[in-house]
Design a protein around this ligand. Sequence first.
Ligand SMILES: NC(=O)C1=CN([C@@H]2O[C@H](COP(=O)(O)OP(=O)(O)OC[C@H]3O[C@@H](n4cnc5c(N)ncnc54)[C@H](OP(=O)(O)O)[C@@H]3O)[C@@H](O)[C@H]2O)[C@@H](O)CC1
Ligand SMILES: Nc1ncnc2c1ncn2[C@@H]1O[C@H](COP(=O)(O)OP(=O)(O)OP(=O)(O)O)[C@@H](O)[C@H]1O
Length: 634
Amino acid sequence: MSMCMRRLITNTRGFLWSDIETRALLDIWGEADVQLALDGNFRNSHVYRDVAGRLGELGFERTPEQCRIRIKGLKRQYYQAREGVRNNGQARKICRYYDEMDRILRSRAAPASSGGLHDPPEVRLHPQDPPCTEGCTGELREEEDEEIEDEEEQTGSVEPDSPQDNLTEDSGEGLSCYTEQPIKVEDGPSFAIPVPPNNGYKNVHTKINQPPVSPLKKSKKLHCSTNLDKMMERFLQQSVDAEEKFYKYEEQRLQIEDKRREEEHTREIQMLQMLGQMLNGLSSASQITAASQVTPPNKSNHRSYTNSLHLNTTSFSPPIVVERSFSLWPTRPAKDMENIFQLVRNVIPPLTSKKHKGQDGKIGIVGGCKEYTGAPYFAAITALKVGADLSQVFCTKEAAAVIKSYSPELIVHPVLDHSNAVSEVDKWLPRLHTVVVGPGLGREDAILDNAKGIIEKAKAKGLPIVIDADGLWLIAKQPSIIQGYQRAVLTPNFMEFSRLYEAMLSEPVDTSDQHGSVLRLSQAMGNITIVQKGERDLISDGDKVLVCSHEGSNRRCGGQGDLLAGSLGVLVHWAFLAGPEKIIGQNPFLVAAFGACSLTRQCNHQAFQKYGRSMTTGDMISEVGTAFNKLFET
Ligand SMILES: NC(=O)C1=CN([C@@H]2O[C@H](COP(=O)(O)OP(=O)(O)OC[C@H]3O[C@@H](n4cnc5c(N)ncnc54)[C@H](OP(=O)(O)O)[C@@H]3O)[C@@H](O)[C@H]2O)[C@@H](O)CC1
Ligand SMILES: Nc1ncnc2c1ncn2[C@@H]1O[C@H](COP(=O)(O)OP(=O)(O)OP(=O)(O)O)[C@@H](O)[C@H]1O
């Protein structure tokens, strides 16, 4: 039991209201001046002081608070009873003083009312309000009075109802829901009360300069204010809740966003790792060896396009290998690029509607004899498939018809075994961009002599020359034919390289130093670009060595070198034509050779994926288009 409750019981015990005492109270409370004073006034303790005083004059000693509480209890019983009357007519069982209360309260609620007990007066909050049809009766007025009293309790000026309010008259005391409230009896502040003259009240402080306040208005105002406070409180609480929810959701959203970013980052790292692995392959495929610049036999003939861009140079042997990784990104400016793939891309001529037939390459293949018809065909057709516009084969008479039969796309000149072969071919040289000498050439002296004459003619015209296969046999016999002509590229396989090396350097190839060997041979040949084909293709111009180990396959069918030679014929033309800016001053023959080696390997790889051991060079040639696109045009 709370302290307040104990105080309440102590203060009210022994002060039960007798019937006569209650009727005396009702008589006083029902007097017009009392009702008028109570009506609509927020503070009514002074009224009950007067009521208690009048009761005292009748011989009943009651405190003002006891009077107020007793009245309040009676009112509650009355309203309950009235509700009961409506329901089942049991009013007087609930409220013993029902008739007295009814008379007083009805006259107080609505003097103009014409209704009786079962027809309570209608109350409108505003004049313009429509008549209420339900739940809007005189009870509202009474409840407003109750609220005023309750308001006083909240201000602490009047103590709440006594426990006996909830009991019948005779039951005396008991606990109600109000007993939890502290009992505090003290006067509240004075308020203006519209009291008529000679009202008989004692101790009433009147402030005449204050305007009279409409009770209904005040009650409504109070009601509204309370509701407004509650609404405001609810609104603030909802705002806080909403804000909390917002931050909670925002936090969740940020967490999700962080997670997404993290996943994206992880994916990027994975992609980069994959790319790194790819580039490692390319890097190992693309080492650049810088070596000392040893004066080649005919250094005076050294090309100008490499003079401006030498890498670190060291002593001639052993060469220093500088590993470089090459980016595959096509967006970097050529100036900054070390990516040789990108350099290859840079030299590829655009396909435009303004060009005429031949501008993208006219390649001459000098080769093809009775025994070897496939080799010149492979080279010539590959040149076309890489992007040359015209591909012409200069072969022996016997080979010509066969080569023609392979493909109507090739122009075949059966001139190589003619006595005037050189002049026949020379007529065509001005219409060619590159000459590829060697595939299927054979080793007949007469043919080799003609080949030698054609090389001389091509040199005289400054044409780029690719020498492969039997052309290299010829060169191995007579290196001076091509030595120092830096627009030539030699593409020896291991055997051909060995022959050349021995011919030029008078010693066997040092197989433990492949980079040095190719470098030395190039230098010995007057910085002619050498492509030593093999497991890794080593490319050197005597200044540096490029290593191409782009993935191919282990399938070694004949004709792959021919494919390489044909594609190189086209790329050499493009690289040479592109000019030094496109290849940032690099040797165009190195760039072209790297492109051709990569392409050959890529064709090999793709064809092998499809055909495995049965893969032939023809299958590789079928892959030229897609391989080229993959490497250089994506
Ligand atoms: N379908 C056609 O028409 C084709 C025609 N072709 C044309 O044939 C002509 C002759 O060219 P080629 O390749 O037979 O002569 P060459 O290079 O001297 O080899 C001779 C011997 O050297 C060896 N050997 C080779 N490589 C080696 C290595 N890496 N490592 C070690 N040894 C190696 C090997 O000796 P083996 O193992 O047989 O003893 C090989 O047999 C030429 O004009 C060419 O264009 C070809 O293009 C093919 C498709
Ligand atoms: N051991 C190898 N591993 C991987 N690829 C190789 C290997 N040998 C050669 N190749 C590839 O084959 C290409 C041609 O080299 P190959 O030695 O077959 O030339 P070739 O003998 O002149 O050919 P051809 O049969 O046309 O005369 C090389 O550029 C390289 O891409």
